[in-house]
Ligand binder design. Structure first.
Ligand code: GLU
Length: 484
């Protein structure tokens, strides 16, 4: 039996970290088993449809290298892969259930259902449909169909006993049937509900393992009873645990943690770091190992490795991983990666000249061991591109010492006399100030850095000065002395 998994997003909003983590597990497991990974679009809720959602979802998956073997764009033998294009299929199977007495038309009006719900709330009884239409006789149904030819179709859930299943992550889960609801399979607009469509599709698309968010556990009895009603073999169920934010709360739009997946792309995380991070959020290979390439993840990913406790979205870990992957790049590669951010900041033109590229490469080398996300590049390199520095508040104390102007006048003169604007001569020139005045080397270096970069921190000062150039370095010392 070939393993077939599916990622089945509803295009109702921007992809969420939790959704994408599910997709990562689906993908890695399918690839580990030499199986298929299917992308199916569950676009049956027309009221919640968001145009940009699917595009973002597809972009996000492809960015991380999660290429689906079947689905939108690539096709496959089990399409269409958009549920909105499969309505006839759902109607056929719903009709089969009606014919077999396993589903029924429900003619209850919205008003009646609302009234029923209000009474249930008041009486504090479990919510759910009161099954009024469940046992209508055929004549009544025929009569009502004349008035309302498009009623909803409800599935007859069992009323006695229990429904149980074995979850790969959580073990055996048991549900009492008497509290289950006769859920809607086909809505009044002719579209199926999630429960119905996903089961019909999982069966027809020969899905072997359903790896999905834990919010669907409570719906599994509905799904299992549908399988039973059709006489189909259910898949293997895998419901990974939740992802929690750093405060230990369920990851949600209200968390401080950014949940929108696309934000991480925009912030300049590398796809390989993100994949590594997402795969190890709730899965473990059992080794004490941090870095996993995509190939290693595919090789090692098993369902047994999915942990049975909630995972934490650990941003410092993601940053750390991203830094590690950035450090593995060559400076030439990193330059290409930061280019769009530098162009957006206006530091590099759209069609950069040779000279611009040369400078960008030098600058890239200087931030290579410090940068965490690509989007930080403009902030880290600002002083290479903007001559009118904004001085870091913390460093202004350098301009308050009574000897600073005298000291910087010496530095300036020494630099003016320096003909070879490279590391060692620059060091010699600046440090010769120590022979001219009784000052501490720390004061000398920190004040020169403040004058030339406007900051108390950054790459090596002499390297920075090489890139900034003689004329501009001297201008910057003059400017600081004029301003303070
Ligand atoms: N369309 C559902 C969702 O977006 C899919 C759940 C499932 O994987 O079955 O959450």
């Amino acid at each position: 039996m070939k393993v077939r998994t599916r990622f089945a997003p509803s295009p109702t909003g921007s992809p969420h970290i939790g959704n994408i983590r599910t997709a990562v597990f689906d993908y890695l497991f399918a690839m580990h088993e030499g199986g298929d990974f299917i992308l199916r679009v569950e676009d049956t809720d027309r009221t919640r449809y968001v145009e940009s959602s699917l595009g973002d979802m597809m972009k996000g998956l492809r960015w991380m290298g999660l290429d689906w073997t079947e689905g939108p764009d690539v096709g496959g033998d089990y399409g269409p892969y958009f549920q909105s294009e499969r309505l006839e299929i759902y109607h056929k199977y719903a009709q089969q259930l009606i014919d077999e007495g396993k589903a029924y038309y429900c003619f209850c009006s919205k008003e009646r259902l609302e009234e029923m719900r209000a009474l249930q709330v008041a009486a504090k009884t479990p919510p759910g449909y009161d099954r009024k239409c469940r046992d209508l006789i055929p004549e009544e149904v025929a009569e009502k169909l004349k008035e309302n030819p498009h009623p909803v179709i409800r599935f007859k859930m069992k009323r006695e006993g229990v429904t149980e299943f074995e979850d790969v992550v959580r073990g055996k889960i048991t549900f009492q049937n008497d509290i289950q609801d006769d859920f809607i399979a086909i809505k009044a607009d002719g579209f199926p509900t999630y429960h119905f469509a996903s089961i019909v599709d999982d069966h027809l698309m020969k899905i072997t393992h359903v790896i999905r968010g834990s919010e669907w556990i409570a719906s599994t009895p509905k799904h299992l009873q549908l399988y039973e009603a059709f006489g189909w073999e259910p898949p293997i169920w895998v419901h990974p645990e939740l992802i929690l934010d750093e405060k230990g709360k369920k990851l949600s739009k209200r968390s401080d943690t950014v949940t929108a997946f696309m934000s991480y792309i925009d912030a300049g995380y590398l796809p390989e770091a993100m994949l590594n991070f997402m795969a190890t959020m709730g899965w473990s290979s059992g080794e004490d190992k941090k870095l996993f390439s995509k190939e290693e993840l595919i090789e090692k990913f098993t369902l047994e490795g999915i942990v049975n406790h909630p995972a934490i979205f650990d941003l410092p870990k993601l940053n750390d991983l991203n830094g590690e992957y950035i450090r593995m790049k060559t400076s030439e590669e990193l330059m290409v990666l930061i280019m769009p951010y530098m162009q957006k900041a206006g530091y590099v033109s759209e069609n950069p000249s040779e000279e611009e590229l040369k400078k960008l490469l030098e600058v890239t080398k200087l931030i290579h061991d410090r940068i965490v996300t690509l989007s930080e590049a403009p902030m880290l390199t600002e002083f290479f591109y903007k001559n009118d520095l904004e001085y870091e508040e913390k460093g202004l104390k350098r301009f308050k010492k009574d000897f600073w102007k005298e000291m910087m006048t010496h530095v300036k003169e020494n630099l003016e006399a320096c003909d070879d604007w490279t590391y060692t001569p620059l060091e010699t020139a600046i440090k010769s100030t120590l022979d001219q005045m009784d000052i501490k080397v720390g004061d000398l270096m920190a004040t020169t850095r403040m004058c030339i970069t406007g900051r108390t921190w950054g790459p090596g000062l002499y390297e920075c000065m090489e890139v900034i150039g003689k004329e501009e370095c001297i201008n910057r010392i003059n400017r600081a002395m004029e301003l303070y």
